[in-house]
Write a protein that binds this ligand. Structure first.
Ligand code: B12
Length: 550
């Protein structure tokens, strides 16, 4: 393979745990922003997005080597970190003079641990990296000491140093738009990539299971910073003109931790973005993350305005259906607010999905589990995925410190072992272990099928009902198909709840492994046929739509 030489190669390692069939090619905006800043400074960069391209590590290595870079930078979550280590090891073997760095939220909080456990990484970039990566490249290419590079932790002569943080960029409009190499790759290779955009950075809340607030404000305040509506819509317009109709997914994802802040300035910002999109006639659809209190009874008109601007789907961080647990998570919302947000979104025909649900935590009670399960059915989110999610203890979150104080953190806890805790109630411990179906295909299959059906189904319905293609008979048939799909979905949710309640009852009354395995076997068998039924009905619905369009 012969390629042009590049100064820097940025690598997004693959997530070893995710089956390829369920891969969606999300853009990694972190490395896209770093690339844009490096290029702006005249430094050449190649992105090797192993996650998006599903590359095995030999292929990644060959590609990195072909660029003969001076600096290789990895981004990683706890899940992709092991893959970063494997690649870094091989890079070190074939090109020992290359400086290898790694950055991102995960390694920022695990910097000391990582630099102590391996010599593969020469440095770790702490916090937002746009300024630091440019300074790091300049320092290594001119042979300067790394002590001058702010936002860096590094090893020198066997000793670990930590420089001052590089303050997060306060005016986000000054950062160049992210480089779109991954989208270009997707278009060229006919892969339906998913476009990401980031309107703000940081977070104004302090949930105990998340560190976004602190990470995006290292060394300074405030954490939550917004781009101007004009700057955001400029980027959206650029995407619309250059990427939107080129075979990529038509649902643009705002990666912001929370897109609608529950305060006047947050809501005003959203209004201005929507109005600008509408004014400029940009016909895109998008999805956002939000909180339960993002929408209140006072300004219900915000949902229709967002819808008019193209909002299709919302990921709501509901987290729990129990007041006690919500307060333990420091969510600052109530169960009623959780219910309200799902209702208002449904009322306006906006899809709402919650992967932001943390059912199992070390202090949950068996009755608390039942409350949350019933809540999930009420808000129509009773997937097995949501019923069985366990809290992940990422480095740097407040909950890890609390659990340590409570004696619930295991000695095996380290930065990649995010489940290394015990449960206060030993019956929950047994149940949690039994409910771990990670070796079964069902939860992932269910999660993806339900989401696919919800999003695609509602988009297709919108498309068809907004066009004048349909006669009455056809419209009626279409609605019937949609209704039977919705029924299948609810049947699956009921089936999940019944199984879950039986499992909790076993734990409450008289747990036996055989007793559990029996209900599990019946559950999985029936679930398989329920998922097939939903899939078949959805295929029929798609065929009918195809027939209508032709
Ligand atoms: C959008 C998103 C996704 C998307 C897209 C993935 C992506 N990385 O772009 C999808 C849906 C695919 C996704 C999936 C997952 N995600 Co996610 N995701 C996010 C989210 C909400 C935004 C990411 C983002 O774009 N941020 C904005 C950019 C500008 O920031 P950034 O990526 O951190 O990059 C900056 C700095 O970190 C630094 N930096 C980053 N990398 C590097 C590398 C170098 C060399 C340098 C110099 C600097 C540097 O500079 C960048 C520019 O300033 C974050 C939360 C958050 N608030 O950031 C979680 C987050 C990254 N996800 C997280 C997790 C856990 C996951 C999943 C494992 C899901 C799960 N809970 O099981 C999967 C795994 C994905 C994978 N294999 O990597 C965690 C990671 C925690 C950890 N310690 O590992 C986060 C932090 C959320 C959280 N706290 O729970 N995710």
């Amino acid at each position: 393979m012969s390629q042009l030489k590049r100064d820097v190669v940025l690598v997004n390692p693959k997530d070893g745990d995710m089956p390829y069939d369920y891969y969606a090619t999300y853009e990694n905006l972190g490395i896209a922003y770093l690339t844009a800043s490096l290029r702006d400074n005249g430094i050449s960069v190649a992105i090797v997005d192993a996650y998006a391209r599903n590359m095995d590590y030999e292929e990644v290595l060959r590609e990195i080597a072909s660029y003969s870079p001076r600096l290789v930078g990895f981004t990683s979550t706890y899940r992709s970190y092991p893959e970063a280590v494997i690649i870094a090891e091989s890079v070190k073997n074939i090109a020992s003079g290359v400086h290898i760095t790694i950055g991102g939220e995960h390694v920022t909080y695990a910097a000391n641990e990582i630099l102590n456990e391996t010599t593969l990484f020469d440095s770790i970039v702490l916090g937002e990296g746009e300024v630091t990566i440019v300074e790091l490249f300049k320092a290594i290419s001119s042979g300067n000491d790394l002590a001058s590079v702010q936002g860096l932790s590094y090893r020198k002569n066997g000793q670990i140093f930590k420089n001052n943080y590089c303050l997060p960029i306060s005016d986000l409009d000054t950062i160049p738009f992210p480089a779109r190499d991954t989208l270009d790759y997707c278009i060229e290779n006919h892969k339906p990539g998913l476009i990401g955009i980031l309107g703000s950075r940081g977070c104004a809340f302090n949930c105990s299971f998340c560190n976004a607030n602190e990470f995006f404000s290292l060394g300074t305040k405030p954490s939550w910073r917004k781009r101007s509506p004009k700057n955001i819509v400029d980027e959206l317009e650029y995407i619309y003109k250059n990427y939107y109709d080129k075979g990529l997914y038509k649902l643009i994802y705002f990666y912001d931790a929370t897109f609608v802040y529950p305060n006047p300035s947050g809501r005003q910002w959203v209004r201005e973005i929507c109005e600008e999109i509408i004014k400029r006639d940009i016909h895109v659809t998008f999805e956002i993350n939000c909180r339960a209190d993002s929408f209140t009874g006072i300004d219900d008109d915000l949902v229709p305005l967002l819808k008019k601007a193209g909002l299709k789907s919302v990921f709501v961080g509901l987290e729990s259906g129990s007041e006690d647990v919500l307060s333990h998570y420091n969510k600052k919302v109530s169960v009623n607010q959780n219910i309200y947000v799902m209702e208002i979104l449904k009322r306006h025909g906006i899809q709402s999905t919650t992967n932001g649900f943390i059912m199992l935590n070390p202090f949950i009670t068996l009755n608390g589990l039942k409350d949350s399960a019933n809540f999930l059915l009420k808000v129509e989110q009773c997937t097995y995925w949501n019923l069985s999610q366990k809290i992940q203890l990422f480095p740097g979150i407040n909950l890890t410190k609390d659990l340590k104080n409570m004696g619930l953190l295991l000695d095996t806890y380290k930065h990649t072992e995010v489940y290394a805790y015990k449960f206060k109630d030993p019956r929950v411990e047994v149940l949690a272990e039994a409910l771990d179906f990670s070796r079964e295909d069902i939860p992932t299959r269910e999660n993806h099928l339900i989401r696919y059906v919800e999003i695609l189904g509602s988009q297709l319905m919108d498309m068809v009902t907004n066009s004048d293609l349909l006669n009455d008979e056809e419209a009626e048939k279409l609605i019937k198909y949609k209704k039977s799909i919705d029924e299948n979905r609810m049947e699956i949710f009921h089936h999940n709840l019944v199984f879950f309640a039986k499992a909790v009852d076993l734990a409450l009354e008289n747990w036996t492994t055989n007793g559990f395995l029996e209900i599990k076997r019946d559950y999985l068998e029936e679930m398989d046929s329920k998922l097939n039924k939903l899939n078949d009905n959805f295929e029929k619905f798609l065929k009918f739509l195809d027939f209508l369009v032709k």
